[in-house]
Design a protein around this ligand. Structure first.
Ligand SMILES: *[C@@H]1O[C@H](CO)[C@@H](O)[C@H](O)[C@H]1NC(C)=O
Ligand SMILES: *[C@@H]1O[C@H](CO)[C@@H](O)[C@H](O)[C@H]1NC(C)=O
Ligand SMILES: *[C@@H]1O[C@H](CO)[C@@H](O)[C@H](O)[C@H]1NC(C)=O
Length: 344
């Protein structure tokens, strides 16, 4: 009996000394902003520090998903985690057996890291959880505004999409105003309808991709489709002014410059945000789109107000181009003699 107890005790001590010991956290969180996930696994008491005597196995909910045989330099990966890899093979002899994999392949759950060094071995458990969206940098800033763990917040996404469609609607409204007030040849109408339609399709696709939660290539492409094609509103505005007015006034020039400015700010904002999660400069995209929307509403007002003041002003090219329309134009002009002021 005494002998047995001594043996149990000795083997326990013996087994203890043959165990590898792990340090570090047992719970890690992933959020939308993690494109890759690192499951930490650090052994603190390796003796040989030799990769040739090491073997690493990672399990997910008890099933082996990854292994590395140091002697043969051989990896085995489960088909569900093709991206899984050691964070650093060079650091494995120092005890770093952490696993890195794409966030999409890393289901939440309990993982285990088993490391063997010659006849010594050990295992540690790491739980991967869904991270909650928490205030970012709470410790550093007294008034945290940005959120961590999400790309754009729902409210920011809603504002961006609302601004985008207000730009489309305001541009369409300008088009409707000029087609109602002026005779415009069908080719010119098509010249406006086609680009606006193409833009609207891009905007709808971009919205569908961007509105979803996450920070993936789709979300990034979505924001790109919302911001980048908006450049067409600059030449479009120029053409719309050109249909109504003979020459570019300073006010029109200023409105076009405002369009360009808004577009540049939006694109710069997109450039700053596309690679940052959380997007610290989301407000730049919003400001750019807001300026474009403002430029469009001023342009609409300008076309609406100034356009009606030049009803009897006839463009030189028009008579040759559309004699019939010109004739109708005269008829319309007569009704508007009240607001007849000379074109500067
Ligand atoms: C997710 O990203 C955050 C911030 O970059 C990082 O601190 C965290 O360790 C990552 N989570 C995992 C599981 O890799
Ligand atoms: C992981 O293990 C912990 C502790 O044993 C348990 O509370 C948790 O529910 C497990 N998670 C999953 C996804 O099985
Ligand atoms: C974790 O989040 C992902 C995506 O956000 C979701 O599909 C999954 O159901 C969540 N899992 C748990 C256990 O909450």
């Amino acid at each position: 009996m005494w002998l047995l107890a001594a043996w149990v005790l000795l083997s326990a001590v013996g087994a203890g000394s043959a165990q590898l010991i792990f340090s570090g956290t047992n719970v890690v969180e992933k959020t939308d902003c993690n494109k890759t996930v690192i499951l930490p696994c650090h052994v603190t008491n390796l003796k040989e520090n030799n990769i040739n005597v090491m073997f690493v196995t990672w399990k997910k909910q008890g099933n082996r998903i990854f292994s590395f045989d140091g002697a043969k330099q051989k990896f085995l990966r489960d088909p569900t985690v093709p991206s899984a890899n050691l964070v650093s093979q060079a650091d494995l002899p120092k005890g770093v057996a952490s696993l890195m994999l794409n966030s999409a392949e890393a289901d939440v759950g309990n993982y285990s890291c088993e490391v063997t060094e010659s006849n010594r071995e050990g295992e540690t458990r790491i739980e991967l959880r869904n991270g909650s969206v928490v205030s970012c940098g709470e410790e550093y800033t007294p008034t945290p505004k940005e959120k961590c763990g999400s790309w754009f917040l729902l409210a920011e996404r809603a504002i961006i999409i609302a601004l985008l469609f207000s730009v489309v609607v305001l541009c369409a409204a300008q088009f409707i105003v000029i087609t109602l007030k002026y005779e415009i040849v069908p080719q010119k109408k098509v010249g406006i309808i086609v680009p606006v339609s193409i833009f609207t399709v891009a905007a709808v696709v971009g919205t569908v991709l961007f509105v979803q939660d996450g920070y993936s290539a789709q979300n990034q492409a979505g924001l790109g489709l919302i911001v980048v094609p908006a450049v067409i509103f600059v030449p479009l505005q120029y053409f719309i002014f050109g249909f109504v007015f003979d020459s570019l006034s300073q006010a029109m020039l200023a409105l076009i410059v405002l369009h360009v400015l808004g577009y540049i700010i939006a694109v710069v904002g997109f450039g700053l945000c596309v690679s940052a999660c959380p997007p610290l400069h989301g407000s730049v995209v919003i400001a750019g789109l807001a300026i474009m929307a403002i430029a469009n509403s001023f342009s609409l007002a300008y076309v609406f107000i100034m356009g009606s003041r030049m009803k009897d002003h006839h463009r030189p090219g028009k008579a040759v181009e559309e004699p019939l329309n010109e004739l109708r134009g005269h008829v319309i002009c007569e009704k508007y003699t009240v607001v007849d002021t000379p074109w500067p």
